[in-house]
Design a protein around this ligand. Structure first.
Ligand code: ATP
Ligand code: MG
Length: 441
């Protein structure tokens, strides 16, 4: 991964992680790719994101609300995850991974185990006796972990996060990968000694979220949206991406670039936020992330205390910060795809370029395309090479469906002129670029 200005390369990188990055960067010949595209979406799939992603071979639908990520889909998901990871590291987040299986006793202590308190648990039992559940969220386990590591004000603040599959028995499953029963979540939790320290981290996290959605290519459409914090705090903030496919309704102030969600849009809330009802525009939106002040709800019930400078024992102030990378992937599709298929922003695309050869095995065109592929690979370009012998029209339609940002076409003209047509997937704009420039850029 190329480090960006806002995300300095970590001082130490494990060989395992480096191997992972190399995998992500691998170029590929399409004759080697096991996934195939299809002309039609499964008839039971109503969401545009899932229809296109299934047709393009990025995901596989196991059951309603349950999806597998195939090679192309995994590359996109990994790119999304990596952008989030970099920005969480910048604000001091430390990555860990917690368990999917949950301890009933722990969740009983915060009164979040019983089905009449939290109704979307998947529960099962151990052969040896006793119940367990699949993780819906991770406040409880992380708070308990922190009781073994935080004891003094000197240990604070701390922020820890993970990418982990969550399991929720969701009733609605009409939004494709945007509402999974099994889905990936980035959840970060902050631990602070007082309100000021909490607020300082919370504000940094909000800024990091703004950067994340910008880098993911949906910054324009995404609004910081005020929401009531339910049991936890007066306000929480959601990151809502405007789309007709959204399940939420928000009211936007375009000038201030903030919004209020429908449930929280009371006269009192508007006054607090100095927003004028008449100026707000109603839109459907997708909640791609949220940030909460948890206060001392979990630290008090699970015994996470620290001693302050005077020796007094106090509960730790907590915050939680979620993003759903799989929901983000679906959202990008909903917002950017067109009638021809997927359109990926460069930052998350599975490949930077789609090299499409119009040649037949062994002819001049395919030799030119092969040589260009080898040189692009050497130049470090993430390229998918369509080296199959398929009709040109079919190749272009498939290439449009796959949504790779740039397409290089190798036909008869290219062999003669050593110039290649490069088509921008998002704009449709086509330019002729000489070979040397293609490799140098
Ligand atoms: P929603 O109101 O849409 O159900 P939530 O309030 O339950 O979301 P959180 O529990 O705060 O969401 O989860 C954090 C993030 O995880 C959300 O902002 C969203 O991006 C993602 N997320 C939540 N539920 C799902 C789901 N069923 N499928 C995919 N992503 C999800
Ligand atoms: Mg929910």
């Amino acid at each position: 991964m190329i480090p960006t200005a806002s995300a300095p390369r970590p001082a130490r990188e494990s060989p395992v992680l480096l191997a992972g990055f190399c995998f992500i960067l691998l170029p590929m010949r399409q004759t080697q790719l096991f996934t195939k595209t299809r002309k039609f979406a499964p008839s039971d799939e109503v969401a545009k994101n899932a229809q296109l992603l299934v047709r393009a071979g990025y995901i596989h639908k196991e059951m309603a609300g349950v999806y597998s990520y195939l090679p192309l889909g995994l590359r996109v998901l990994n790119n999304i995850v990596q952008i989030i990871r970099e920005e969480m590291n910048v604000i001091g987040g430390q990555e860990l991974v917690m368990t999917a299986l949950q301890d009933k006793e722990l969740w009983s202590r915060t009164d979040r185990w019983d089905d009449d308190k939290v109704d979307n648990w998947f529960k099962t039992s151990f052969k040896s006796g006793g119940e367990t559940g699949l993780a819906i969220t991770h406040e409880e386990p992380l708070t308990r972990i922190m009781t073994e590591h935080i004891s003094s004000y000197r240990d604070l603040p701390v922020a820890a996060y993970q990418f982990q599959n969550k399991f929720r028995n969701e009733l609605r499953a009409k939004s494709g990968i945007m509402r999974g029963k099994e889905f990936l979540m980035k959840d970060l939790y902050s631990f602070s000694k007082d309100d000021a320290e909490h607020k300082a981290f919370y504000d940094k996290a909000r800024e990091a979220y703004v950067k994340v959605f910008k880098r993911l290519g949906i910054g324009e459409q995404t609004y910081v949206t005020f929401a009531s914090g339910g049991i936890f705090s007066e306000f929480s903030e959601e990151f809502q991406t405007v789309s007709d496919a959204g399940e939420d309704t928000i009211y936007i102030d375009e000038e201030k670039r903030i919004a209020v969600n429908k449930e929280s849009c009371t006269d009192e809330a508007l006054a607090t936020l100095s927003l004028e009802k008449g100026k707000l525009i109603e839109k459907k939106a997708i909640e791609v992330g949220n940030i909460f002040n948890l206060g001392t709800r979990f630290s008090e019930s699970l015994g996470l205390f620290y001693t302050d400078e005077t020796g007094a024992k106090k509960p730790v102030i907590m915050g939680s910060y979620g993003i759903g990378p799989t929901r983000v992937m679906g959202t990008i599709v909903e917002v950017l795809a067109d009638e021809k298929g997927l359109v990926w922003p460069e930052s998350v695309a599975p490949f930077a370029m789609h090299l499409v050869s119009l040649g037949k095995n062994g002819d001049e065109i395919s030799k030119t395309a092969d040589a260009l592929y080898d040189d692009l690979v050497k130049a470090g370009v993430k390229v998918l090479y369509d080296d199959r012998e398929v009709r040109a029209g079919e190749k272009f339609a498939e290439s449009d469906l796959l949504g790779i940002p740039k397409r290089i076409v190798v036909g008869k003209d290219a062999v003669a002129s050593n110039e290649f047509e490069v088509v921008n997937r998002a704009t449709g704009e086509a330019v002729k670029i000489p070979r040397a420039q293609l490799l140098g850029s």
